[in-house]
Design a protein around this ligand. Structure first.
Ligand SMILES: CC(=O)N[C@H]1[C@@H](OP(=O)(O)OP(=O)(O)OC[C@H]2O[C@@H](n3ccc(=O)[nH]c3=O)[C@H](O)[C@@H]2O)O[C@H](CO)[C@@H](O)[C@@H]1O[C@H](C)C(=O)N[C@@H](C)C(=O)N[C@H](CCC(=O)O)C(=O)O
Ligand SMILES: Nc1ncnc2c1ncn2[C@@H]1O[C@H](COP(=O)(O)OP(=O)(O)OP(=O)(O)O)[C@@H](O)[C@H]1O
Ligand SMILES: N[C@H](CCC[C@H](N)C(=O)O)C(=O)O
Ligand SMILES: [Mg+2]
Length: 490
């Protein structure tokens, strides 16, 4: 594509006629990947600054540089005031604005995004639509799975994915939109049709600094709905039981549908029965009421089902398809995943990594066990330290006994993370212990649990690695628990 076409919507750019004719073969933000004939965009990051790698990019064949700060270059440089926004505009243009031709659902909120995306994927597939999914566990184009580093990838990867989806005949895209994704401009240029809010509670304060900024980042998904008034039907779907419902309704540029259990809402759940392996409730919608028996457990999963059902209904998926799907959809990997290897007690692996999620999972489990409730829990390194004591407090408040251990320490000292967790647990010393090594902590829980007890292994869910001192090692809570039990002597 010609450079002049790629940058035509960037403000205040003047190009010589000759430069405008340059054919751009690819776009990169990482100099290490640059190929001949490409355009390199300098992005200032958290670890380093893309402006430092201009020479590297040129040596590898970059023909044009986009920069925010002055750089030395023998090839044309286009200066912009916001490289991240320029990246989104250029990537969208390079890949022919794929989201204008792809119905796009965006899901945001502290907890539940992955679960809602799985549910919607299953509903759309059951309805016969080919889907694309972008989220924490993987990205998916039809049946093809692609690995991912981020819940919401940067604009370049996103537009490449959308392009791939459009070329592969995807009819519906379902995407998790993280607060980082919104705040760091990764979703500039995405034309959302339906946006969903699950809930908001404490997380990521290391990045956002306070809850208002965190909320503001999330709320952008709702104001961003208003990008185009081209006749496409657009809706926001909001949790009526969350304290932010009022503010989000005001922010939303298009009609709002609410869902809830306690507050009056358009889509509601009633007559709820929870057990360890199923959930029963009446799904009440403006087009009828149906009874749902789902394999997803926990009150919080009813909210996830309501969110998915609301988004599907408003997009004309018949209620019977929604019901049939919710009845058969299997538990989401690492989300309230029951691990059964013949042991006489229950084991649940769950991705709870916020105070609210730890509280929810343990409150649900309290109702489901007949014996004691154990919780194995750690907190991630290089992530919001403010949530650590709150997560630990929820664990000792709601479990009979907690074992505090490592999650992904990343670049932090594992012991220091646990010290942060236990700093405000005076008076609870008899109800927890510390075992830094996660495998040993799980083994301990497996060795003390007895018939009727329930062990919740929280924080890592589906993850198949543990990141220690910047290195990723194979680690899967489900396998470690199983091996610990099978090697156990009774
Ligand atoms: C803190 C953060 O968000 N970092 C993201 C960021 O990386 P960074 O800022 O560290 O990048 P950097 O290493 O400083 O590099 C700056 C620039 O120089 C370039 N560079 C670098 C070296 C070189 O030799 N040549 C070169 O050109 C890089 O390609 C980059 O363009 O840009 C990368 C590419 O887009 C992201 O993958 C990376 O996410 C990291 C992996 C991360 O852990 N992010 C977390 C905090 C995150 O975003 N989480 C959210 C929410 C999760 C949830 O709750 O669901 C998510 O959406 O994943
Ligand atoms: N609707 C909900 N309300 C509160 N907690 C929930 C809800 N749904 C899931 N959880 C809890 O949060 C954990 C993570 O769920 P899920 O992966 O669906 O959320 P997410 O928003 O995608 O998280 P992440 O931001 O890390 O990707 C679950 O394992 C469960 O403990
Ligand atoms: N998306 C979340 C995942 C946290 C999972 C937990 N296992 C950790 O490593 O902290 C984050 O990046 O904050
Ligand atoms: Mg997720």
């Amino acid at each position: 594509m010609k450079l002049s076409e790629l940058i035509q919507t960037l403000p205040f750019i003047s190009l010589t006629e000759e430069a405008g004719e340059i054919e751009i073969t690819a776009i990169y933000t990482d100099s290490r990947q640059v190929t001949p004939g490409s355009l390199f965009i300098c992005i200032e990051g958290f670890q380093t600054d893309g402006h430092l790698y201009v020479q590297d990019a040129i040596e590898k064949g970059a023909r044009v540089i986009i920069a925010e700060k002055e750089v030395e270059s023998k090839v044309p440089v286009i200066y912009v005031n916001d490289s991240v926004r320029a990246l989104a505009i250029i990537a969208s243009a390079f890949y022919d604005s794929p989201t204008t031709a792809l119905p796009l659902i965006g899901i945001t909120g502290t907890n539940g995004k992955t679960t809602v995306s799985y549910l919607l994927d299953a509903i759309y597939n059951h309805f016969g639509k080919k889907t694309g999914v972008i989220g924490t566990i993987h990205n998916k184009v039809g049946e093809r799975l692609k690995e991912t580093n981020n819940t919401t990838p940067d604009a370049l990867i996103l537009q490449q994915l959308f392009h791939d989806m459009r070329n592969s005949g995807v009819e519906q895209v379902i995407m998790e939109v993280s607060s980082h994704g919104l705040d760091l401009g990764r979703v500039y240029g995405c034309d959302f049709d339906t946006v969903i809010f699950t809930n908001l509670s404490q997380d990521h304060l290391d990045y956002h600094k306070n809850e208002f900024n965190y909320f503001f980042a999330k709320s952008q998904l709702f104001s961003r709905l208003g990008n185009t008034y081209d006749g496409r039907r657009k809706y926001s779907i909001i949790n009526a039981d969350d304290k932010y419902v009022g503010m989000l309704k005001k922010t939303s540029a298009f009609p709002t549908i609410t869902y809830g259990i306690d507050s009056e809402a358009d889509v509601m759940a009633d007559d709820i029965e929870l057990s360890q392996d199923c959930t029963i409730f009446q799904l009440k919608t403006p087009v009828g009421t149906v009874k749902i028996t789902s394999r997803l457990t926990g009150k919080f999963n009813i909210y996830n089902m309501l969110a998915a059902a609301s988004a599907a209904l408003i997009n004309d998926i018949p209620l019977h398809i929604i019901k049939d799907t919710l009845q058969v959809v299997p538990p989401i990997p690492g989300r309230f995943e029951t691990v059964d290897f013949g042991q006489p007690f229950g084991v649940i692996v769950d991705y709870a990594h916020t105070p609210h999620a730890v509280k929810n999972i343990l409150e649900t489990c309290k109702e489901l066990k007949t014996g004691k409730l154990y919780c194995v829990l750690g907190c991630g390194g290089d992530r919001d330290p403010a949530k650590r004591p709150l997560m630990a407090r929820e664990a000792v408040w709601h479990a009979d006994y907690a074992i505090f251990t490592s999650d992904n320490p990343r670049t932090e000292d594992p012991r220091a993370i646990i010290d942060d967790m236990v700093q405000a647990l005076d008076g609870y010393e008899q109800t927890y212990e510390i075992i830094i090594d996660r495998k040993a902590a799980i083994e301990k829980a497996m060795s003390i649990a007895e018939a009727g007890d329930l062990v919740v292994i929280a924080g890592k869910g589906h993850e198949t690695y543990q990141e220690i001192a910047g290195e990723k090692y194979p680690f899967d809570d489900r396998i470690v628990a199983k091996n610990a039990f099978l090697n156990k002597e009774f």
